[in-house]
Design a protein around this ligand. Structure first.
Ligand code: MOS
Length: 726
C-alpha cells in the first residue's frame, strides 16, 4: 500500500482498542523471567560453546603479532580466532568502525580475538593468556577542544545558510554569543550485546539482540560475502537499545566466526566493561550559538556551529540539526565540523543530534530571554513558526509547539515562579524552575507485516519489527485488533525474526508509526480477502466483536475460515509528499523544578512535566513510559552522565555501570506527561508519529535552566555536577 496523500477516515479511527492505555502484552513474560533474551536462549542450539572476546589495548596502530599457544592449550579451549587470521572484513556504511579482521587498530577495545571454550570461565581465563604485540601510533589526539581550535580557523561549507547571518547578527540590538559543551555519553542499556551463532553449510542463524533486523541481515551478507537469504536473525526480546543495537556489532561477528571455525554453535556476549569502548557512544560536542533579536524578542539571526568527535568517515553528534527548523529567524547559518579522532565509534544514541543540540540551544534560548527581559515561555512563543524556516514554502504538517508551552505553563503553575534567580528558598534549599522546548523529526520507513486469521477466530501478526522495550508488541496487537474487530487477547504477535516480512525496525523514533502502518496495510489486505470470499465490497464490511457485519447479517470470523488460515501480507510505502511538501516533526515542552542545597550545592530534581505534540497516541500507557524514561535519561544528561577520556591512551575510563552514573529511582521525582489530542493525517494512515526520542529532547536544558533560576549560576558545560556551582 502506498501512502501518498493525507489519511482520510479509515477503520482504525474507531479507536476502540487503539488509543487505550494497554499494558504490554509481553509484560508477564518479562516480569516472570520467561522472555528469553539472546544470551538465555539455551533451547535454540545444540552443544553450545562459549566465546569470549579480547579487545585491543591500544587506540591507534597495528597488531604486530599474537601468541595464542598458551590460550589454545588452556583447559576447555576449543579454538582461538584472531584478527590476524583474516583480512579486514567488509562492512556496510552504517558501521563507521571496522568490526574485525586485519592488523589495523582504529580504537581501543576494538575486537582482536575470540576464544571459544566449553565454559564461560574457561574462555575468559584463556583470553587473558593471549600475548599481543602492538605498534602504537603516537600522533593521535583525543581532545575535542584542541581540534575545535584548529577547525574554526578553517572555512567550511555550512550545512545550511539562509539570508545574511553575519550582517544581521552584527546589527541586532540584542545578542548572545556563547559556547556550550556536552560530553560523550554511553547508552548504558541493561542487556549487553549478545549473540548465539550456528552455521548450517553456508547458512547462518543468529539469535541476537538487534534493533534493525534487515539492516543487519544486509550487513552480514556484505561481511561474509554470501546472499542475504543465507542469513536468519532472530531477536524477539531486547533489553534496551537506544541506538547502540542499530547495527551489527562485534558479538555477532565473533560468534559467527567462532561457530564457523568450530562447526558448533557459539555464544558471545560483550562483557560490560568492553561495551563502552567496543561499541558506540554519543559523540562529545562543542557548540557555539549566536542569536540576534530585535527589542520585541523576534529572532533576526541565528547560528549554531557544532564540533563533534568521530572516527574517519563519520559525522559524530550533529548538534546544529534541531536549530535548522525549530525557531523562526530570517538569517541563519548552521555548521557541522566532524573532528576525526581515534576514540571508539560515535554514532546514534537516542535522538542523535537533537539531544545534544537542544542541550545547548535551549540554554541559549533561556539566556536570550533574560537579556530581553522576557518570560522564556513567551520568547519561544514569539519565535514560533508554522513553516520550515529554511524553506517558507514547506509548512509543518502539524505544529502545536505554542500549545505545548501554554498547556505546560498552566499545568506547572509557571506564572507563580520567581523570575529573579537565587531568591526562592525552602529551608536550606534554593528552588528554581526551568523550561525548554523539544523538537524531533517524525520520519517513517517502509514496513511490512503478515496477518493470519486462524480457524479459531484469533489472529497472528508476523513482522521483523523489534521491541526494544518500547511497546511494539502491544501497539501492533492493538492495531490488528482494531482492524479486525477482535479483542486484544485474540491477537498474537511474533516479532524480530528475519523470516517475517521486512519492517521499519526500531530507530529514529520511526518504529511505532511505521510498523503499525505496515500492520494496517496487511489488515486491509486481509479484510479484502474476506470480502472476496463473501463476494462483497470490502468497504461495506464492518469488523467488530469477533464478527464481520454486512447489511443486516453478522458472521463470526470463525465461520469464515473453513478450517484453514486466511493469510494476507502487505507493506506500507511512504510517498514523497510527506517529506517534500511538508515538514513532519514532533514538538514538546519540558518544565522542571529543582532544589540546590545552599551549602553543598547538591542538586535534586523535584518535579517534571512534559507536554508532547506527537500525532495520535496509540497507547497512552506505553507512550508515557517512553517519555518518562526519556525524561529520566535527560536528567542523567543534565547532572551525571559523561564518559571521561584517558587523554594519553584514548579510551573511555568509566566504562561500566559502576562508574558511568545514570539516575536511579531515588533521583527521579514525580513526572507528568500530557499528550495533545488528535492525529496528524500527513504522517501515516493511523495518523501517528513517534515519541520515544522526543521525550529526551530539551530535558537536560530544562534542568540546567532551573538550576540557573535557583542559583544564578549559569553552567554551559554538561554534566552540571555540584563542583561547577560552588
Ligand atoms: Mo535510535 S538512536 O535511531 O535507536
Amino acid at each position: 500500500m502506498r501512502f501518498d496523500s493525507p489519511a482520510g477516515k479509515n477503520p482504525a479511527d474507531r479507536m476502540t482498542v487503539l488509543g487505550r492505555s494497554t499494558p504490554r502484552i509481553e509484560g508477564p513474560l518479562k516480569t516472570t523471567g520467561t522472555a528469553a533474551y539472546a544470551y538465555e536462549r539455551y533451547e535454540v542450539a545444540e552443544k553450545q560453546l562459549i566465546g569470549y572476546p579480547l579487545g585491543s589495548a591500544i587506540a591507534k596502530g597495528r597488531v604486530v603479532s599474537m601468541d595464542t599457544q598458551e590460550a589454545e592449550a588452556a583447559p576447555g579451549v576449543v579454538a582461538v580466532v584472531t584478527t590476524l587470521d583474516m583480512d579486514r572484513l567488509p562492512k556496510v556504511q552504517w558501521n563507521i568502525a571496522y568490526l574485525f579482521g586485519g592488523r589495523e587498530i582504529q580504537h581501543y577495545h576494538q575486537a582482536i580475538a575470540v576464544v571459544v571454550a566449553k565454559s564461560f570461565e574457561e574462555a575468559r581465563a584463556a583470553a587473558g593468556l593471549i600475548r599481543v604485540e602492538y605498534e602504537e601510533d603516537s600522533d593521535s589526539t583525543y581532545d575535542l577542544a584542541a581540534a575545535r581550535e584548529r577547525q574554526v580557523q578553517e572555512t567550511v561549507e555550512p550545512i545550511s545558510s539562509v539570508g545574511d547571518f553575519e550582517g544581521a547578527f552584527a546589527v541586532a540590538p540584542v545578542k548572545l554569543d556563547e559556547t556550550y559543551t556536552t560530553p560523550a555519553q554511553c547508552h548504558a542499556q541493561m542487556e549487553p550485546h549478545a549473540t548465539i551463532a550456528q552455521w548450517n553449510g553456508d547458512n547462518l542463524t543468529l539469535w541476537t539482540s538487534n534493533q534493525m533486523i534487515e539492516w543487519s541481515r544486509q550487513a552480514l551478507s556484505t561481511t561474509f560475502d554470501l546472499p542475504p537469504d543465507n542469513f536468519r536473525l532472530d531477536s524477539p526480546y531486547i533489553g534496551g537499545g537506544f541506538g547502540v543495537k542499530l547495527f551489527l556489532r562485534a558479538d555477532a561477528i565473533l560468534a559467527a566466526l567462532g561457530a564457523r571455525r568450530t562447526g558448533r554453535s557459539v555464544k558471545v556476549a560483550l562483557p560490560r566493561p568492553m561495551i563502552a569502548n567496543n561499541t558506540t557512544h554519543r559523540g562529545m560536542t562543542i557548540q557555539r550559538i549566536r542569536i540576534g533579536a530585535d527589542e520585541d524578542g523576534r529572532i533576526t539571526a541565528i547560528s549554531h556551529d557544532n564540533s563533534s568527535n568521530t572516527l574517519p568517515g563519520g559525522e559524530g553528534e550533529e548538534g546544529a540539526r534541531p536549530t535548522r527548523h525549530f525557531y523562526a529567524g530570517e538569517n541563519r547559518l548552521m555548521i557541522h565540523r566532524p573532528a576525526v579522532m581515534h576514540l571508539p565509534e560515535s554514532n546514534a544514541m537516542r535522538a542523535p543530534g537533537d539531544t545534544a543540540g537542544l542541550m545547548a540551544l535551549e540554554i541559549a534560548m533561556d539566556e536570550m530571554a533574560e537579556k530581553l527581559d522576557m518570560d522564556p515561555v513567551e520568547f519561544r512563543v514569539v519565535n514560533d513558526t508554522q513553516v520550515d524556516p529554511e524553506n517558507p514554502d514547506r509548512p509543518f504538517s502539524q505544529r502545536r509547539f505554542v500549545e505545548c508551552l501554554r498547556r505546560g505553563a498552566e499545568a506547572f503553575d509557571w506564572s507563580s515562579r520567581n523570575t529573579e534567580p537565587g531568591r526562592l528558598r525552602d529551608g536550606e534549599w534554593l528552588i528554581g524552575h526551568g523550561v525548554a522546548g523539544a523538537y524531533r523529526g517524525a520520519p517513517a520507513a517502509a514496513s511490512g507485516a503478515r496477518v493470519r486469521l486462524r480457524p479459531n477466530g484469533s489472529a497472528l501478526v508476523e513482522t521483523d519489527m523489534t521491541d526494544i522495550g518500547t511497546g511494539s508488541y502491544t501497539i501492533i496487537a492493538q492495531t490488528a485488533a482494531e482492524m479486525l474487530g477482535l479483542p486484544i487477547e485474540q491477537v498474537d504477535v511474533d516479532l524480530g525474526d528475519s523470516r517475517a516480512p521486512v519492517s521499519s525496525g526500531s530507530g529514529g523514533q520511526w518504529g511505532a508509526a511505521s510498523s503499525t502502518a505496515g500492520v494496517y496495510a496487511a489488515c486491509v489486505a486481509l479484510r479484502k480477502k474476506i470480502a472476496e470470499r463473501m463476494d462483497v465490497d470490502a468497504d461495506e464490511l464492518e469488523f467488530a466483536d469477533g464478527s464481520v457485519r454486512h447489511g443486516g447479517t453478522q458472521t463470526p470470523l470463525t465461520g469464515l475460515t473453513d478450517g484453514q488460515e486466511i493469510v494476507a501480507e502487505d507493506s506500507i510505502e511512504f510517498g514523497d509528499f510527506r517529506t517534500q511538501e511538508y515538514l513532519l516533526s514532533t514538538f514538546g515542552a519540558h518544565f522542571t523544578e529543582v532544589a540546590v542545597h545552599r551549602a553543598t550545592a547538591e542538586i535534586r530534581v523535584r518535579r517534571m512535566l512534559a507536554v508532547c505534540d506527537a500525532g495520535r497516541i496509540l497507547n497512552p500507557l506505553t507512550a508515557r513510559s517512553q517519555v518518562i524514561g526519556a525524561m529520566t535519561m535527560g536528567v542523567g544528561g543534565a547532572l551525571m552522565e559523561g564518559m571521561e577520556v584517558d587523554q594519553r591512551r584514548g579510551f573511555f575510563v568509566n566504562h561500566d555501570l559502576a562508574s558511568y552514573e545514570v539516575p536511579i529511582h531515588a533521583d527521579i521525582p514525580e513526572q507528568e506527561v500530557i499528550f495533545l489530542e488528535g492525529g496528524d493525517p500527513y504522517s501515516t494512515p493511523l495518523k501517528a508519529k513517534g515519541v520515544g526520542e522526543l521525550g529526551i529532547c530539551g530535558v537536560s536544558a530544562a534542568v540546567a535552566n532551573a538550576i540557573y533560576n535557583a542559583t544564578g549560576v549559569r553552567v554551559r558545560d554538561y554534566p552540571i555536577t555540584l563542583d561547577k556551582l560552588l
